[in-house]
Design a protein around this ligand. Structure first.
Ligand SMILES: Nc1ncnc2c1ncn2[C@@H]1O[C@H](COP(=O)(O)OP(=O)(O)OP(=O)(O)O)[C@@H](O)[C@H]1O
Ligand SMILES: O=C(O)C1=C[C@@H](O)[C@@H](O)[C@H](O)C1
Ligand SMILES: [Mg+2]
Length: 172
């Protein structure tokens, strides 16, 4: 069965866009971070604190494979780092998936994340200056993996509806 995979940096809008796309298409949405939290019975923050990032990346890879193996059609919203670990980027090229990179500029990401960082352990304790530099470097490192997606949609200065429309055109 076909999976639509949304990927991109923290704050690019994977969860928000996927929820809206799901309402329009009636295809169920699965958020990888939420699935990991449910299975571990811990929040992402708690998994990082209690078991460390390496353990989180293992759970993330296993859950990604589990979601891909299910026989249902679904929209899967990945975590911000998912394509960058455990060769997960290679799964973005599979024939049974449509993978879409939601591409956002450093400025867009900064504006969206600055008010909303407490649930994101990688940036939770950074000040404004540190965050801007971190996002710039981190996005540069991660772009190699994000660019393995089959499609790319720019999200800068677009409303949720406009981005969803761009995705519907890819799926048509
Ligand atoms: N045009 C827009 N499209 C998508 N999200 C937007 C837009 N404008 C503002 N936002 C806001 O940006 C924030 C980040 O979105 P969201 O949580 O969906 O990102 P994410 O990619 O799932 O992040 P994470 O990888 O941390 O889970 C949300 O608070 C959302 O409401
Ligand atoms: O960018 C990342 O590495 C992460 C993004 C979030 O979606 C979570 O998966 C977690 O906070 C790690
Ligand atoms: Mg999300």
């Amino acid at each position: 069965m076909k999976k639509i995979i949304l990927l991109g940096y923290m704050g690019c809008g994977k969860s928000t866009i996927a929820q809206n796309l799901s309402k329009i298409t009636n295809i169920p949405f699965l958020d990888l971070d939420k699935c990991i939290e449910k299975k571990a019975n811990l929040s992402i923050n708690e998994i990082f604190e209690q078991h460390g990032e390496i353990h989180f990346r293992k759970l993330e890879h296993e859950m990604f494979l589990e979601l891909l193996q299910s026989s249902e059609n679904s929209i899967i919203g990945l975590g911000g780092g998912t394509p960058c670990y455990a060769n997960n980027h290679e799964l973005l090229k599979r024939e049974d998936v449509t993978s879409i990179y939601l591409k956002a500029s450093i400025e867009t990401l900064y504006d969206r994340l600055i008010h909303n960082k407490s649930k994101r352990p990688l940036i939770a304790n950074m000040n404004e200056e540190e965050m801007k530099e971190f996002i710039a470097k981190h996005l540069f490192d991660r772009s190699y993996y994000y660019n393995h997606a089959q499609h790319k949609v720019s999200v800068d200065a677009k409303t949720i509806e406009e981005t969803v429309q761009d995705i519907l055109e890819i799926l048509a």
